[in-house]
Design a protein around this ligand. Sequence first.
Ligand SMILES: [Ca+2]
Length: 271
Amino acid sequence: MKKLWPIILTVCVLLAVAVALQLPCGQSAHKDQPLVPVPEYSYKVIHAYPHDPGAYTQGLVYLNGFLYESTGQNGRSSLRKVRLETGEVLQQINLPREYFGEGIAILKDEIIQLTWQSRKGFVYSLSDFRLLRRFSFTGEGWGLTTHGSDLLMSDGSSEIRILDGRTLREKRRIKVRDGELRITQLNELEMVDGQIFANVWQTDRIARISPQSGKVLGWIDLQGLLGPMYRMETDAVLNGIAYDPASKRLFVTGKLWPRLFEIKLVPKSNN
Ligand SMILES: [Ca+2]
């Protein structure tokens, strides 16, 4: 019995140390660590450009010096090519009244456009907006962007669908979470240097999301970008992200906003 005492003593000391270090037997230290908040970013306005205040922006893409924009609402839905510097609409087709336009993306020489609740999408020729074909999907259509040869699509939930860019068929989905929290109402999308940027409907916030894991890697707070005096309608919320990868220019606007902004992200000081 005497010989057991050193062993019991050693075990007790080890247990005491484990408790002190919050390392209970059989559990990892990682599980007990508090969640570290992801970095937050504010913004600096580089340029403010005119934007059609009648455009209920639902999709925004930058390509070769021009913006391509999809607008929503039944009877006011359209696809547009817009001159960045002036906001001038250079080319436009209007959707039949039955369709409510949503996100757009450009793959090669085609523009893909979603509609909200009609479960239909359209594919147009980039050069002349000629309708090439239609496609179907389940649920609602919200935001759209490209990732290589795939498309990423939001539907108002916390999931982002990955579609084959050629067949437009769904391949899989990623679940978007900030720590343990599901992030819902993901709306307009843009792929920015390997991360999905998604603005959250009815907020001034954009989530930066890993396309591999769905993990939120950061938050962009655009509060105050458009002053309240311009927000004449409650619908006039942030919705529109476009990116010029060559010049690393990030553009944002909103539904019925009279301005479109080029912004630079600024890490918040509490990061
Ligand atoms: Ca976009």
